[in-house]
Design a protein around this ligand. Structure first.
Ligand SMILES: Nc1ncnc2c1ncn2[C@@H]1O[C@H](COP(=O)(O)OP(=O)(O)OP(=O)(O)O)[C@@H](O)[C@H]1O
Length: 337
């Protein structure tokens, strides 16, 4: 478990103070995939650098599995660092070494024997699907393959935590998917805790269990990914979500509507139930579906329907009460007088 308590990081540049991270408190559970999202300058990298022990917070404490990493001496810090793996947007492979040597290098640095290095490197090559490329050099690899080497190298010393710094930002959408699915399977297989920072909400939607949104060094919202997608509170969170899920109806479609326009959000299993067809069977209202979509946040459905109800006022009200009784998230987008 990673426990971040009241962490603040202030940089001093030419006598001026720049806030990187401001009073961040966060608990990341063992074995979960946690995403930290924010625009450039939000403080994601600063927080990650505090986690990987490259930066010391100005104040506050970080504990990994109970060990206060912010208080360790140089030697202990070196040992603790081996328990944290890291992958980067630009891979940082050694160009003069082969795929095998790039991975083996991390084991050599940790003082492993030749046999141990051979065995572990081959095991890692298999895990990331690069057995056939083991003798190739980084320049001969695609971006996705380079990141697979990066992942294998990060896992070489069996870390407890894997930190991912915009790990898929330099990759195309298909390659991104394959790297995310590799990270997901590694998390399942090894039970390793993964913390990733990204500006891409798609990444969080694909693989994270929980997430936090950062703005101006602070965490403005955090929680379960599904719940945040279903009920975002802050404007910035809504903006991030709208980059992957279209929740609202375009304004021109809302104009000139004669009926009552409602937006219904179905959560979980209910998304697949026939609430809408039951509505038309049981109430004397006509409905035009203006927009309908079911999104999957990992395996759980999140459905959004926007429709216009036309009928006698009292019957429309009864129909709306019925929907309210069946699902918790109903919004009347436009009520006609
Ligand atoms: N080494 C540094 N020295 C001075 N200021 C820094 C340093 N690193 C980060 N900052 C400042 O701290 C703030 C947070 O930056 P940070 O890089 O952590 O954000 P970020 O969300 O990771 O953005 P990006 O994705 O662009 O890296 C910014 O104002 C930045 O200029």
């Amino acid at each position: 478990m990673i426990k971040i308590k009241d962490v603040t990081k202030i940089y001093k540049v030419k006598g001026k103070e720049i806030v990187g991270v401001k009073n961040v408190s966060l608990t990341i559970d063992k074995g979960e995939i946690f995403g930290i999202v924010g625009y450039s300058g939000a403080g994601k990298s600063s927080l990650l650098r505090c986690l990987n022990l490259l930066e010391k917070p100005t104040s506050g404490e970080i504990r990994i599995d109970g060990i206060p990493i912010t208080k360790l001496g140089k030697k202990e810090l070196r040992e603790e660092r081996l328990k944290i793996g890291m992958i980067f947007q630009h891979f940082y492979l050694i160009s003069a070494k082969t795929v095998f040597e790039n991975i083996a290098f991390a084991l050599k640095a940790a003082g492993k024997t030749k046999e141990e290095i051979n065995e572990k490197t081959n095991e890692l090559l298999k895990m990331v699907g690069l057995e056939e490329q083991k003798d190739q050099y980084p320049s001969q690899l695609s971006g996705g393959q380079k990141q697979r080497v990066g992942i294998a190298r990060a896992l070489a010393n069996d870390p407890k935590v894997l930190l991912c710094d915009e790990a898929t930002s330099a990759l195309d959408p298909n390659t991104t998917k394959s790297i995310l699915s590799l990270l997901k399977s590694i998390n399942k297989k090894l039970g390793i805790t993964i913390v990733l920072i990204t500006h891409e909400m798609e990444v969080v939607k694909e693989i994270c269990h929980r997430m936090a949104i950062m703005q101006d060094g602070e965490i403005i919202e955090s929680g379960d990914v599904y719940n945040i997608f279903a009920n975002p509170e802050k404007e910035l969170t809504k903006t991030f979500i709208s980059s992957v899920i279209q929740m609202d109806l375009p304004e021109p479609l809302l104009k000139n509507r004669k009926g009552t326009v409602i937006k219904i959000q179905f959560k979980g299993a209910i998304a697949e139930e026939a609430v809408v067809s039951e509505l038309f069977q049981n109430y004397r209202v006509k409905g035009n579906i203006l927009h309908g979509k079911i999104e999957y946040i990992q395996e759980t459905p999140l459905g959004i329907f926007i429709m216009e109800l036309v009928g006698e006022e009292a019957e429309v009200k009864r129909a709306i009460s019925y929907i309210e009784s069946r699902i918790e998230n109903l919004e009347v987008v436009k009520q006609v007088a």
